[in-house]
Design a protein around this ligand. Structure first.
Ligand code: G3P
Length: 217
């Protein structure tokens, strides 16, 4: 399973990359708006730190401008994945851009039928949003289970990129279901390390080691 970081925070991205845990990055317009950072400069900086795919989302919703914006974003670095919304024009633009050899991430996926369209359009990734389904009382992970099953029936090359991840359980369930990638806010990624019994056990080991009076170095 690959871990992407869902963030535009270059400091956090660098820290996690140094741990060897980052296989890519996803961004979205809301993350950029919240950060107050320049979008194009931020994508360039992230691409310089992370070798894997870096998703950069178009702002246009008409086919022609999606193509123009997508090509412009892809020129920033070879590892840019053009992020397009799963609307009719986004699927059409995906077909065109994928046929030109660009990596496309079709995002805002909330149904198996949308995921099927993404696969047929040649998207490199499709991003089903689990947390936002949970937020309206629908089990988001059921969508992942269904999409993974459907994709495995047809040898689709599109990778399931689980997004809108809110906690470590989403990560574990996605892995149990065989999803290809999860994209994680840094806070969720850091939580993957935590278990109270690990902390308690380590303190006990250290206390007992202290009693031996020995040193390794
Ligand atoms: O960036 C795409 C997705 O991960 C957004 O997640 O938490 O805004 O629903 P969220």
């Amino acid at each position: 399973m690959r871990f992407f970081v869902d963030s535009v925070d270059i400091v956090e991205i660098k820290k996690l990359t140094e741990l060897g845990l980052v296989d890519g990055v996803t961004t979205n317009p809301s993350l950029i708006a919240k950060s107050g950072q320049n979008f194009l400069e931020t994508i360039e900086k992230i691409c310089a730190v992370v070798a894997g795919p870096v998703s950069a989302e178009v702002a246009a919703t008409d086919y022609e401008d999606m193509i123009l914006e997508g090509r412009k974003l892809a020129k920033i670095a070879k590892n840019v994945a053009i992020k397009l919304p799963l609307i009719e024009n986004g699927v059409r633009a995906c077909k065109t851009l994928a046929s030109e050899g660009y990596m496309v991430n079709l995002t805002l996926c909330f149904s198996v039928s949308q995921a099927l369209l993404a696969a047929k359009a040649g998207a490199a990734f499709v991003s089903p949003f689990v947390g936002r389904l949970d937020d309206i009382g629908i089990e988001g992970m059921d969508l992942i289970d269904d999409v993974v099953k459907v994709f495995s029936n047809y040898e689709f090359s599109t990778q399931v990129l689980v997004a809108s991840v809110r906690n470590p359980n989403h990560v574990v369930e996605a892995a149990l279901m065989g999803a290809d990638i999860v994209t994680l806010p840094p806070s969720v990624l850091w939580k993957l390390f935590d278990h109270p019994l690990t902390e308690k056990g380590l303190q006990l080991f250290l206390a007992d080691w202290e009693k031996t009076g020995q040193a390794i170095l």
